[in-house]
Design a protein around this ligand. Structure first.
Ligand SMILES: Nc1nc2c(ncn2[C@@H]2O[C@H](COP(=O)(O)OP(=O)(O)OP(=O)(O)O)[C@@H](O)[C@H]2O)c(=O)[nH]1
Length: 300
């Protein structure tokens, strides 16, 4: 199906609305949905701790930095204490990530793009965090304890980041010998406890990994679809076929696809030429020379 401009937008919105409504309907079933009594309790526990920590590291998915916002933090926190971490940047478009960093900068938000699986990246991030702490006034940098709480929607990589920070952490050899490990899993909602890990000394910095949180319903159906596509919402709430259809629709209307479309047109021209060559390979030698010229011409 080919859609352009407004037509494509309408088609995407229509698909998103169908899929989003199906997901929300399935999620309203207590046994299947994400908003379990456990998530409700975790949201309350996190909300209670927000005023007590020095920084909140809001972990988002770098592929969808707006849709993966943690609703609990909206209007809940001074922007100087909130650091937006766009994790999984290895899966995101680099130049778009730069634009997102500028976007957050314009809104006076501190943001950082990161790949939690890359040690060098995580070390740089730790430097960045220590620089933020240096900027804090009224603390004794040699003996204070700084606490940072990792907060976010499911499956964005909070536990992976907590583990990596703990592993590269500037802590004593004795502490290195007793490293903790938060559970990392490709399935959303696997973290069940709030655990604290030391990531630096002088001052001591502790990072807390927390269970994932989401609101009971996701009213914006496009957001809902994007969360399902990136794995924040369990795949048992929607069929793979419907999700794939939405993904292909996004892909079809993207600028990236238009580049591929051009290439595939070129490729079709070429295979048409190859086909002609094959069909006429038994013809006269002078005809062959003509074809050769035609092929050279089209390849320029
Ligand atoms: N490609 C890539 N994958 C990552 C990155 N960080 C985490 N992951 C993967 O994302 C999945 C989820 O990571 P977790 O650390 O369990 O995510 P979480 O936010 O703690 O998940 P919950 O259990 O819902 O709290 C795992 O398969 C990780 O290996 C990253 O920077 N890049």
């Amino acid at each position: 199906m080919a859609f352009n401009g407004r037509g494509s937008n309408f088609y995407l919105k229509m698909l998103a609305s169908e899929i989003g409504n199906t997901i929300n309907k399935a999620a309203s079933n207590r046994a299947k949905g994400w908003y379990t009594p456990f998530m409700a309790a975790a949201s309350r526990a996190i909300a209670e701790r927000i005023p007590l920590v020095d920084f909140v590291l809001e972990v988002r998915d770098a592929r969808i930095p707006l849709s993966s916002e943690c609703e609990l933090l909206t209007n809940h926190l001074a922007s100087s204490r909130r650091i937006i971490v766009m994790n999984k940047m290895d899966l995101a478009n680099r130049s778009q990530l730069k634009d997102w960093i500028k976007y957050f900068e314009h809104r006076n938000c501190i943001s950082y793009g990161l790949n939690s699986h890359n040690k060098e990246n995580v070390k740089k991030f730790l430097n960045f965090l220590q620089a933020q702490i240096k900027g804090l006034k009224n603390i004794d940098h040699s003996c204070s304890t700084i606490t940072m709480m990792m907060v976010g929607i499911p499956n964005v990589g909070k536990s992976a980041l907590a583990n990596s920070l703990h592993q590269v952490g500037r802590i004593s050899a004795a502490e290195k010998g007793k490293l903790k490990h938060a559970k990392v899993s490709p399935h959303p909602g696997e973290t069940k406890d709030i655990i604290s890990m030391k990531i630096a000394s002088h001052p001591n910095i502790y990072v807390m990994d927390t269970p994932s949180i989401l609101p009971p319903q996701i009213l914006d159906t496009e957001v809902c679809c994007k969360l399902a596509l990136t794995g924040a919402i369990s795949d048992c709430l929607i069929s793979e076929k419907e999700l794939a259809q939405y993904f292909l629709a996004i892909l079809n209307f993207s600028d990236e696809y238009k580049k591929w479309e051009k290439l595939s047109t070129l490729e079709n021209d070429r295979s048409c030429i190859d086909h002609k060559e094959e069909c006429s390979s038994s013809r006269q030698p002078d005809m062959k020379r003509e074809r050769q010229n035609f092929t050279d011409h089209t390849q320029v």
